[in-house]
Design a protein around this ligand. Structure first.
Ligand code: EZ4
Ligand code: CO
Length: 402
């Protein structure tokens, strides 16, 4: 079964997505997500110019060999563009393998380790008063875990607070919009938020918060300590993680669990964080971390060190990525949580899928393969629109982490 065709499909059903569709000589095809928010066309070009020509004629059943061929064969290792492109190929080949076997991909990964995938939703609002009903909505829908983000008094806008309650889309302009940041105001405000939320919702609801890379280790240590009374499931990306040993300092000061990894591309980005037990949840994703094959390796390493999965699942990861993530989530022994932000109706129509939410869990499709597709005709009706992620400046104008 040879690869006969591979198409790179760029579409914008409310936001941009890049999808690779691999078609075999027998007519079976598979899909893989290659979306890198704000840098979509770099991955599309990488695939189109450098990967697709090398795929034609290859044996579609050789997933591992193809992964190694693209990783080692590029010579230039790692990086989000390369690894997203490899991920798309890997994901599409797993989809094909499942279809050929007549089995959902999770069966090829060892079968079910759990009945459903616990997901967390995003509750956000400008004020604490307004975020409480948002959390209540998720509880009513059956969610067991909720991420809580609010505006910061004195700051005009901040990460995680959206105009639309269900669909958060930070890439909101062709060139980056600018936000202003104050660590002092943030550290002051967040404990008050969680005091109110815990008080209102009791001890069992899992609560999470995304710091989005904005603190230093000692600031993050202070935040973690101040949140200890409210028993968070995790604080996410407390500091940028290029300096992995920086997390040791946070660890020495707080028992608030730490989740990191949505910008990671390979196992090397989290090797020290995991093997030194500096984090509790690894949040790498199928699309940005080399596909199902490589993410499985990351989760297996994590399993040796008491680290659980917490995969990124924002709306900029397409339903193809979500479908793939769910097959892994349901199969691995050390699953933790899966982020789940709803896609818009237009996105769902372009990517018909069999995964579904019920009783607070997401369930992977039982169809052979990944159980997700792309409607190419519909996709063609939504041309690419340039959309960049914002930047963040301190009050004196210094560029900070967004
Ligand atoms: O800002 O996916 O946890 N989720 C996040 C996301 C990221 C976006 C960037 O493209 O941090 O909202
Ligand atoms: Co995040």
């Amino acid at each position: 079964m040879k690869i006969a065709d591979a198409r790179v499909i760029v579409t914008c059903p409310d936001r941009n997505f890049v999808t690779l569709k691999i078609v075999t000589s027998s007519g079976v095809y598979g899909v893989g997500d290659a979306t890198l928010n704000g840098r979509e066309l770099a991955v599309a070009a990488y695939l189109q110019e450098h990967v697709v020509p090398a795929l034609i004629g290859r044996d579609a059943s050789r997933i591992e060999d193809t992964w190694q061929y693209l990783y080692r064969g590029a010579y230039w290792r790692r990086g989000p563009v390369t690894m997203s492109a490899i991920a798309a190929v890997d994901t599409a080949l797993w989809d094909i393998k499942g279809k050929v076997a007549g089995l959902p991909v999770y069966q090829l990964l060892g079968g079910r380790s759990r009945d459903g995938v616990t997901v967390y939703g995003h509750a956000n609002a400008d004020t604490v008063d307004d975020v409480l009903p948002e959390i209540a909505n998720y509880v009513d829908l059956g969610y067991r875990a909720v991420r809580v983000q609010t505006g910061i008094p004195g700051l005009a806008s901040t990460y995680g607070v959206s105009k639309d309650r269900l669909f958060y889309e930070p890439a909101d302009a062709a060139l980056p919009t600018e936000n202003t940041w104050s660590t002092a105001q943030y550290l002051d405000h967040v404990p008050e938020v969680f005091a109110r939320v815990r008080d209102e919702f009791g001890p069992t609801l899992k609560l999470l918060h995304d710091v989005h890379h904005r603190l230093t280790p000692i600031e993050a240590a202070r935040l973690g300590r101040s949140l200890e009374p409210y028993n968070l499931t995790w604080i996410e990306d407390p500091v940028p993680a290029e300096l992995q040993e920086g997390f040791r300092l946070i660890r020495q000061h707080t028992t608030t669990p730490i989740a990191v990894g949505e910008v990671f591309n390979t196992i090397w980005d989290c090797q020290q964080l995991i093997s030194e037990q500096l984090i509790d949840y690894i949040r790498a994703t199928v699309v940005h971390a080399g596909g199902i094959s490589h993410l499985r390796r990351i989760f297996d390493l994590a399993n040796l060190y008491h680290v659980r999965s917490g995969s990124h699942g924002a709306t900029d990861l397409s339903p193809v990525c979500m479908a793939a993530a769910l097959h892994l989530d349901v199969a691995i022994p050390n699953f933790g949580l899966q982020e789940y932000m709803r896609h818009t109706e237009a996105t769902d129509a372009v990517f018909p899928h069999g995964y579904h939410f019920a009783d607070g869990y997401l369930h992977p499709s039982e169809e052979p393969g990944l159980g997700v597709d792309i409607d190419e005709g519909l996709a063609a009706q939504y041309p690419y629109r340039p959309a960049a992620l914002p930047v963040n400046r301190l009050e004196d104008g210094t560029l900070h982490n967004w």
